[in-house]
Design a protein around this ligand. Structure first.
Ligand code: FER
Length: 246
């Protein structure tokens, strides 16, 4: 199925819980930079929620997976607008009792910003290996392992997979006040992070966990950025939290 945001088709997959209750919570799940809805860790999180009575809606964001838009042109503003459109769509679904937001890495950063904006409707927030480092990197001049002058932004960046990305990605990220978003969202938060993550250092999770009003931080020893060989630990962390708050 597709959800349309301002003419842009967003590829979406709705998975209902294993029990067939009429009304249930719904968690919107978003992937990271270069990711998509069929990644193992995204599917694993959806499955762990479906098993405990929570529906999930997985979304490919602008320029990713099977959604419209060019990778080159994606920015956090475009992703944020996508998320707001999906939240609007979800608010109108009859079966939904409560709404949750979950995102991996850049998607974890994006859902944090969205949760601040939708703080009156989001029951809890689940950032997984959130790439909060992007905001600092954009402001200080280091992204994707490469340095640049933050006052003279390059026209394009080259991603890890060789694809090009517009310099507007940096201009947008520089404009974002992450601290203010973290302060604004007062609901319960679960951050999961692997201590062997080489893409986003675990310190960013520790710092953010101290800044959220109510936050559970689950560190998975040995896990990398995408929880390869640690999907069960990820699923357990998410399920334990969701059972406690739903
Ligand atoms: C970066 C570090 C992490 C970066 C992007 C990410 C664009 C995002 C990772 C992900 O979403 O998996 O320097 O630069």
């Amino acid at each position: 199925m597709y959800i349309i945001d301002d003419g842009i088709k967003l590829n979406a997959k709705l998975d209902m819980p294993d029990d067939d209750s009429k009304r249930c919570p719904l968690c919107l799940i978003f992937h990271g930079f270069t990711g998509h809805i069929e990644e193992d860790h995204i599917v694993a999180v959806a499955r762990s929620m479906n098993e405990i009575g929570i529906a999930t809606l997985r979304l490919d964001l602008y320029g990713h997976g099977n959604s419209d838009g060019e990778f080159r042109d994606h920015t956090l503003y475009k992703w944020l607008n996508n998320i707001l459109a999906v939240v609007d769509y979800a608010k109108k679904l009859d079966f939904v009792s409560e709404l949750f937001l979950c995102g991996h890495s850049q998607g974890g950063l994006a859902v944090t910003l969205a949760a601040a904006m939708e703080r009156d409707v989001i029951r809890a927030l689940i950032p997984l290996s959130p790439a909060y480092s992007i905001i600092q990197g954009a402001k200080e001049g280091e992204l994707l392992g490469k340095k640049f002058d933050p006052e003279h932004i390059p026209d394009e960046l080259i991603s890890w997979d060789g694809r090009k990305l517009s310099g507007n990605y940096i201009r947008v990220a520089q404009s974002i006040d992450l601290e203010s978003a973290i302060k604004k969202y007062k609901g319960p938060v679960l951050i999961v992070h692997g201590d062997a993550d080489e893409t986003v250092p675990v310190q960013f999770a520790k710092d953010a966990a101290n800044k959220f009003e109510i936050c559970r931080l689950v560190l998975i020893e040995g896990a990398d950025h995408c929880y390869e060989n640690y999907l069960e630990e990820l699923e357990d962390a998410v399920a334990d939290f969701m059972i406690a708050v739903k």
